[in-house]
Write a protein that binds this ligand. Structure first.
Ligand code: IPE
Ligand code: IPE
Ligand code: MG
Length: 193
């Protein structure tokens, strides 16, 4: 059976580059090719949701040059891949704390989301500046803000299906298959819900 939602924790770029005697950014830059291959594969297999953990909230703590290199790579990926995405009928959705992204990149990401909003062949989800704990916390904060406006919100206990609507991942089905490249088996604060 074809899974509906496959998610990939894209790990091991640094080690892959090191094996080749190159720096970490070389590893990140080469990952773009693998991402393209994964997308094509998922699209042709009829996988409806492919989500990629591209940058975690914790990754903001990496050295400045590496963070900047990754932001540049994201911009490059949007520049080179958007046309192909649209042609293939792929919808892009970006999930994470985008307030932390440089403004120009945030705008660019929103533009591609808008441009591809009506596509239906597959949804590609980029998890960017994302962490599972961040998502659950921001969901709780949204509920608290609503309750401040309208205290009756707190009259009934919330069911999981009610809570889910407040998550940044709302509307995306639970993953059926989680892959972590690099051979490690850690979750790294990813998709905890
Ligand atoms: C994954 O590769 C890419 C990001 C987290 C952005 P790493 O950079 O974590 O590479 P390793 O795990 O150190 O080899
Ligand atoms: C997980 O990889 C995050 C992403 C793939 C974006 P990391 O390399 O950042 O995670 P840890 O530090 O090994 O847990
Ligand atoms: Mg890693």
């Amino acid at each position: 059976m074809i899974p509906q939602h496959v998610t990939i924790i894209m790990d091991g770029n640094g080690r892959w580059a090191k094996q080749k005697g190159k720096n970490r950014l070389y590893g990140h830059n080469n990952a773009l090719e693998s991402v393209r291959e994964c997308c094509d594969f998922a699209l042709h297999k009829g996988i409806k949701y492919l989500s990629l953990f591209a940058f975690s909230e914790e990754n903001w703590n990496r050295p400045k040059e590496e963070v900047e290199g990754l932001m540049q790579l994201l911009k490059k990926a949007i520049d080179t891949e958007t046309d192909g995405l649209i042609q293939n009928g792929i919808k892009l959705r970006v999930v994470g704390d985008l307030s932390k992204l440089p403004e120009s990149l945030r705008n660019l990401v929103h533009q591609v989301e808008e441009k591809s909003a009506h596509n239906t062949a597959m949804t590609l989800i980029m998890m960017l500046s994302y962490s599972g704990k961040w998502d659950i916390t921001q969901a709780v904060n949204k509920i608290l803000a609503e309750a401040k406006e309208d205290p009756t919100v707190l009259d009934k206990p919330l069911l999981p299906a009610d809570f889910e609507k407040y998550l940044a991942t709302a509307g995306i089905p639970d993953p059926d298959l989680m892959i972590r490249t690099s051979g490690e088996e850690r979750i790294s604060n990813y998709m905890l819900w």
